[in-house]
Design a protein around this ligand. Structure first.
Ligand code: F3S
Length: 419
């Protein structure tokens, strides 16, 4: 037993410090977490995914914490992937990331490497070499990846914090509570979708509206045309941003949906009016503090306030399919506004091999790996107005990076940017 939990012999040994002082501390953290949530045992995990990787997010205290852990010599026991860092880890100079920031970010990556983590930095590990199967237990912490793993793949993970995911990675287990238990995976609300969803931004707007209402519940969607992977990742990311949704079901599509009845659940209907309200709220560029559009006398002044300094897509990280689609649209064209496509290193390398990065760069865009618009130091790079097609990014950019936001679907953003 470990303080009210049944532990295996190996887990008891870790708790007793036989795997080293640091592993003992990590096991104590997991046991305490289990006690708080009433877990009776630990579950072995097949992988961990750790947030709090960008120097922008964790600063000096986080860097010191990670270097201390790495210096202890402790290693991860489970396959461990990392969330986006604060910069493209290879091409940061060419992309204009500040040198002092880069030095700190490199130390963070070195600490994780020392612990044995995979040197990936992506919020889509399931597209970059870590695809869990149905029913596997995980300890993932990036909210959009958690949502995708639970909902689309049918794997099981709570929404871990960075430290608890790191502890799980080091100990190879996580307490059995929350979404690891089948009884907590049923829907809490029925969502009827009454409008055609025309773009990934529409899927994000839908998720944003639903997340605000169901909070940390489990929505069950009915009435949607079967979406693709890219639409599902946009939906889950937005629900996790406006609410704390870590699991959803889509009728006839996601792997656990058939297990549940929705009779008697609270229900919502979402139409074009609701989606448009999200677009209006998340679009902050050109608005005064009171939320009204700023009217100015001269055209020049109005344009200066509402024209983006940068367009960024790839939140969650763009799939190879999304990069391919963009390269087709940009081939032989010229962008009047810089464009970033954020993605994993794995997708960028394949895109390079296929010549897609060259096409995008010739048009004035950049494929940016390992980071994203929210965890990179955008404001230090002189950006003030950023245009995105992601509801999640639109939600976080004002608070995290001091950006005014233009939130539109990607085709519309491209149309405005292409000369
Ligand atoms: Fe991923 Fe960054 Fe969006 S971590 S989900 S691209 S805010």
């Amino acid at each position: 037993m470990g303080a009210g939990m049944t532990l295996t012999r190996e887990q008891r040994a870790l708790l007793a410090g036989q795997g080293g002082e640091m592993a003992g501390r990590m096991m104590r953290l997991l046991v305490r977490l289990g006690q708080v949530y009433g877990a009776k045992r630990m579950l072995p995990i097949s992988s961990a995914q750790i947030s709090g990787v960008s120097y922008r997010s964790i600063g000096e205290p986080g860097l010191g914490f990670l270097e201390d852990i790495a210096a202890s010599g402790v290693k991860v026991r489970a396959l461990t992937f990392l969330n986006p860092a604060g910069m493209d880890l290879r091409d940061w100079r060419a992309l204009g990331f500040p040198r002092d920031f880069a030095r700190k970010q490199e130390r963070i990556m070195a600490a994780f490497r020392e612990m044995g983590a995979v040197a990936s930095a992506t919020c889509t590990p399931y597209l970059a070499g870590n695809l869990p199967r149905f029913g596997e237990h995980l300890a993932w912490s990036e909210s959009s990846a958690v949502s995708f793993a639970n909902s689309v793949l049918g794997a099981r993970t709570n929404r871990e914090g960075g430290p608890s995911a790191l502890a799980a990675a080091i100990c190879g287990c996580t307490p059995a509570y929350g979404l690891h238990l089948g009884r907590n995976r049923g829907p809490t609300a029925l969502v009827r979708v009454a409008a055609p969803l025309r773009s990934r931004a529409d899927w994000g707007a839908l998720g944003y509206w639903v997340g605000e209402r169901v909070k940390d519940g489990v929505p069950f969607f009915a009435g949607v045309e079967p979406p693709g992977i890219d639409e599902l990742k946009a939906l889950g990311a937005a629900m996790a941003a406006s609410g704390a949704v870590a699991l959803y079901h889509v009728k006839g599509l996601t792997p656990e949906a058939h297990r549940f009845e929705c009779r008697g659940l609270e229900s919502f209907s979402v139409g074009r009016k609701e989606l448009d309200s999200v677009y209006r709220r998340l679009h902050t560029a050109g608005k005064a503090a009171g939320g009204k559009i700023v009217r100015t006398r001269t055209k020049t002044k109005t344009a200066a306030q509402t024209r983006p300094d940068l367009i960024v897509t790839g939140c969650p990280h763009a799939s190879l399919g999304e990069i391919l689609d963009l390269a087709r649209k940009l081939k032989g064209r010229k962008l009047g506004i810089p464009l970033w496509i954020c993605t994993s290193r794995a997708a960028k390398q394949t895109a390079e091999r296929m010549g897609l990065c060259a096409v995008i760069e010739a048009a004035g865009g950049s494929v940016v790996a390992d980071t994203c618009m929210v965890v990179s130091p955008l404001e230090k790079m002189g950006r003030k107005v950023t245009a995105v097609d992601s509801a999640k990014a639109a939600h976080y950019l004002p608070g995290f990076c001091g950006q005014q936001v233009i939130f539109r679907d990607l085709d519309r953003l491209l149309k405005e940017a292409l000369r």
